[in-house]
Design a protein around this ligand. Structure first.
Ligand code: KIV
Ligand code: ZN
Length: 512
């Protein structure tokens, strides 16, 4: 009989701390809904004390999600805990997640507190959270670099004060698997009441070891893994959900551990998060990278054709990649479109489907086969983007070997039409100069990348930009069969995200 591992997803909290990955409340709500379908046990929806926007999003998610637990993060002080509780209290299954650092380096330089003071703060925080809800998680930040005996004392006191989960973070991604597994065993044998709580781990990927450390900890008795979709997160990211879940699934006879994740929804969820955050998944990323199931070498292809198990340790279908999806074209109807979108993980309302259907028909007029990637781009552009300050109304460019590249652009700014024209080194530069002039932005373009969504010269071009303005960083994405239009859309999307960040400034959350 396999033992159950709880999956605690922190894409919306730690994942959102990836530079440029900020999401608006509607986007977070959509991701939370998908995480619930995916079957995660706990959704960490945000850090309500960090900003008004975070509080709002966590409250909305708590009101919507019914099956997964919804956690709000709080430092170990009453005002953070009150804020977290106010945000999650309407959830069907609320959780308060409170934390304080326990390593000497954090105590000395960040908190300027002694060990006994930290222990006291942890106990008071947990006790106060427990007066609000039964479901309290306590994290010892920088646990992997803390004195082991002090760490066990803090966990023991936190459990005695009412923590139902105690979490061991490798906050700076410093641990090595064997060492981390040893620490988990030490905690289990030196924390007398550890049996009264779930022992959790939370790893960062600074040395590329987050998944290995998490698996080593689970093999040593931890029973909750804190993870993010696509491994997004602060710096090099967090442990990726798909890697841990598929390792447990694929090697279940060795590990004897299982999760409640519906593995067929891994791919759609990965794509949704990538689409919304604008953070591309590297092609060779395990499980969800574009090449994860692509066999290039002839000898491999031959083997896979004879028996997939020669070179495939898991079936693509298991993670939601289907080889026999329909290819849609201009004669495809609403029903086929709805089915295809559902397979891709998009459960749209009738109104949303109508919008996507109209755009799909427009594209199908220009392009013979509308592929999954095209549909996703349509959904992202038409449905997942909300609350836009700037919208592209019209774009016309002239370019070629004998003319000075010029763009004329009409934008809607908060619904009001403005137009202008400008020159540049090329048509994209001309479009960007004109958009910058019309919007009055000072945003610096840090990155511009363009790729074809599918093969063929009629493919949609997908553009990703990274913008910086007054210390705020935002990613923007745009897709269109016309690459100049795709570029303009990406720039405008990035500017809209910067506007959102300006009105919801992320608070400094030092040490997280
Ligand atoms: O990395 C970390 O230590 C955290 C804690 C707040 C759990 O994210
Ligand atoms: Zn973290």
């Amino acid at each position: 009989m396999s033992e159950r591992v709880l999956i605690f997803d922190t894409t919306l909290r730690d994942g959102e701390q990836s530079p440029g990955a900020s999401m608006n409340p509607a986007e977070k709500l959509r991701i939370a809904g998908q995480l619930e379908k995916l079957g995660v046990d706990v959704i960490e929806a945000g850090f309500p004390a960090a900003s008004e926007g975070d509080f709002e999003s966590v409250s909305q998610i708590a009101a919507r999600i019914r099956r997964s637990e919804v956690a709000g993060l709080a430092r170990a002080n009453r005002s953070d805990i009150d804020r977290a509780w106010q945000a999650v209290r309407h959830a069907a299954r609320p959780r308060i997640h409170t934390f304080i650092a326990t390593s000497d380096i954090h105590l000395q330089y960040k908190l300027r507190m002694g060990r006994e003071e930290v222990l006291q703060a942890a106990v008071e925080g947990v006790r106060y959270a427990k007066s609000l809800t039964d479901n309290v998680e306590f994290s010892a930040e920088d646990g992997s670099r803390s004195d082991r005996d002090f760490l066990c004392r803090v966990f023991e006191a936190a459990i005695a004060a009412g923590a139902t989960t105690v979490n061991l973070p490798d906050t700076v991604g410093y641990a090595i698997p064997d060492e981390f597994a040893g620490l988990v065993r030490y905690i289990r044998s030196h924390t007398p009441n550890i049996g009264k709580a779930v022992l959790s781990v939370h790893c960062h990927n600074d040395l590329g070891l987050a998944t290995a450390n998490t698996l080593a900890a689970l093999q040593s008795g931890a029973r909750q893994a804190e993870v993010t979709i696509n491994g997004i997160g602060e710096r090099a990211g967090n442990t990726s959900l798909e890697e841990v879940v598929m390792a447990l699934h694929t090697r279940s006879s060795l590990l004897g551990l299982e999760t409640g994740i519906k593995t067929e929804l891994i791919h759609p969820t990965s794509r949704l998060v990538s689409m919304i955050t604008g953070m591309l998944v590297q092609p060779n990323k395990a499980i969800v990278g574009a090449n994860a199931f692509a066999h290039e070498a002839g000898i491999h292809q031959d083997g896979v054709l004879k028996n997939p198990m020669t070179y495939e340790i898991m079936r693509p279908e298991t993670v939601g990649l289907s080889a026999n999806r329909l290819v849609l074209g201009k004669h495809s109807g609403r029903h086929a479109l709805r089915t295809q979108l559902k397979d891709l993980g998009y459960d749209l309302s009738d109104e949303e489907l109508n919008l996507v259907f109209a755009k799909f028909k427009e594209l199908a007029d220009k392009k013979k086969h509308v592929m999954d990637e095209d549909l996703e781009a349509i959904v992202t552009e038409g449905i997942l983007r909300t609350a836009e300050v700037f919208a592209l109304d019209y774009l016309h460019v002239t370019a070629g070997t004998t003319v000075l590249p010029m763009a004329s652009v009409r934008l809607k700014i908060n619904g009001r039409a403005v137009q202008g024209a400008g020159y540049g080194n090329g048509p994209i530069d001309a479009a960007y100069n004109t958009i910058a002039q019309l919007t009055g932005t000072n945003a610096e373009l840090l990155r511009f990348s363009i790729s074809a969504l599918t093969g063929g010269t009629d493919a949609m071009g997908e553009v990703t930009v990274r913008l910086r303005e007054n210390g705020l960083i935002a990613l923007g994405k745009g897709a269109d069969p016309d690459i100049i239009t795709a570029s303009a859309k990406a720039f405008i999307n990035g500017l809209n995200r910067l506007e959102f960040l300006k009105s919801h400034p992320p608070e400094e959350t030092a040490g997280l």
